[in-house]
Design a protein around this ligand. Structure first.
Ligand code: HAM
Length: 417
């Protein structure tokens, strides 16, 4: 047989319930905070990602699924959604309707990383993006919204790590200090970092190779090189988080793996996922709309790793598990004919219903009802039908009542709902 591609996975029906519950909760909370859903394509021109995420990043250099389509155009399975959200904001001139736009989107992303627990080649993200707001209030509000979502989803053992990467005004001085620092460390750097250190030295800060990590001991941090505007902005974000009683860690080493970030960056880190500690990440990208050809527009957003979130939630099964209201067990040809219509009627009156069309006996049918976690079983035998009634069994209390065939759909509905 043909198997799955490495790093890809099926999400089976019994696993999907928690995904649906999380997605429903996300939609509720994000919409309460003024976000609207946007649906974006999975394929985009390669150039969109190389220009926004950055040519020297691991994602663009090593991880994208890129291929030429039949006409020879280079296209890429999206490794993230921010670039597409920006493209859409510009392409549809949404800024002309209102420069402030708040989107969220949920869907698959693709990165050809080495698969391991919490790291897949097709994974899912929940993205939220805000355009047109420069104020630090939105930075704090986004982090607050994320933490609220995690608490609603019973995720413990997480903490927001925050940092500021500065802006176009303070970046050059910082770069200079970093390049000077790195020039004495060239021997310790991996081959990627040797190549990147002059062109894009910030990328070295994000390198996971242990010799590079050691070489970075004592390296300058953006936080110590912020201009007045960026410092005030960051101070305000911290004040607001304190006001909102969000506990956070200032992490000078948090640089993120994508080039577009400016000012506030953050990651929600967890101790529950082994090597993959980030369950969400984001930050400002105040220059990206302009870089991609739109008007100068500040922006900020984040993405949650949905696969990772599913792995660390402590939600109890009964919160998200689907229930089957009624299982109809028919015992005989006549009863099946009759109950078939009831099943369709019940199913169209806001109840979940399963009817078994096989010829198995009552024992087998009850077993299946148990497996499907039915709340009630409607037992319909030819003999009972002759007497004009069926039996409704409450699977929890084991109580049974006789229900007349006349008006059975309404009667069952009244009892079950
Ligand atoms: P990112 O840090 O690359 O940021 O990804 C965000 C989250 O996606 C990570 O924290 C992680 O939970 C999840 N993730 C990433 N790669 C994988 C993988 N291979 N397998 C499973 N989960 C993964 C971004 O993508 C930015 N676009 C976030 C953003 C939105 N910044 C501003 N707006």
């Amino acid at each position: 047989m043909v198997h799955l591609i490495r790093g890809f996975k099926d999400i089976l029906p019994n696993e999907v319930e928690i995904w649906q519950h999380i997605e429903k909760t996300v939609k509720m909370i994000f919409e309460d905070f003024g976000f609207s859903e946007i649906r974006l394509p999975i394929l985009e021109r390669t150039e969109l990602f190389s220009r926004s995420i950055g040519e020297d990043t691991d994602i663009v250099e090593k991880e994208m699924y890129t291929f030429a389509d039949r006409k020879g155009d280079l296209i890429t399975l999206r490794p993230e959604a921010t670039a597409s959200a920006v493209r859409s904001y510009i392409q549809h001139k949404l800024y002309a309707v209102d420069p402030i736009q708040k989107f969220y989107t949920i869907g698959p992303m693709f990165r050809r990383e080495r698969p391991q627990k919490g790291r897949y080649r097709q994974f899912y993200q929940i993205n939220a993006e805000v355009f047109g707001v420069e104020s630090p209030f939105i930075d704090a509000q986004l982090i607050y919204m994320l933490m609220l979502l995690f608490s609603k989803l019973s995720v413990d053992d997480i903490s927001p790590h925050i940092n500021s990467l500065g802006c176009l005004a303070c970046r050059p001085k910082f770069k200079e200090a970093l390049v000077t620092f790195l020039s004495g460390k060239t021997d310790q750097l991996c081959s990627d970092c040797k190549r990147r250190k002059d062109k894009n030295p910030l990328r070295v800060l994000d390198c996971k190779v242990s010799s590079c990590q050691e070489a970075l001991e004592g390296a300058p941090a953006t936080l110590d090189h912020l201009c007045d505007g960026c410092r005030e902005h960051f101070e305000k974000v911290k004040d607001l988080l304190e006001k909102l009683k969000v506990e956070f860690v200032v992490n000078k080493r948090l640089v993120r793996g994508l080039d577009y970030y400016t000012r506030t960056t953050f990651e929600i880190q967890t101790g529950s996922l082994g090597a993959q500690s980030a369950v969400a990440g984001g930050g400002r990208y105040d220059n990206l709309v302009k870089i991609l050809g739109g008007p100068d527009t500040p922006a900020i957003g984040f993405a949650i790793g949905l696969d990772r979130l599913v792995e660390i939630t402590n939600l109890k099964k009964d919160v998200y598990e689907k229930r089957l209201n009624v299982f109809i067990a028919t015992l005989g040809e006549n009863s099946r004919e009759m109950a078939f219509e009831w099943a369709c009627d019940l199913g169209s009156s806001e109840m979940s219903v399963e009817i078994d069309f096989s010829n198995r006996g009552l024992k087998g049918l009850m077993k299946r009802a148990d497996r499907l976690k039915a709340e009630y079983v409607l037992i319909v035998g030819d003999k009972e039908l002759e007497e004009g009634s069926a039996v409704l069994r409450n699977m929890k209390t084991k109580e049974q009542v006789s229900v007349p065939v006349e008006g059975i759909v309404d009667s069952v509905r009244k009892i079950v709902l």
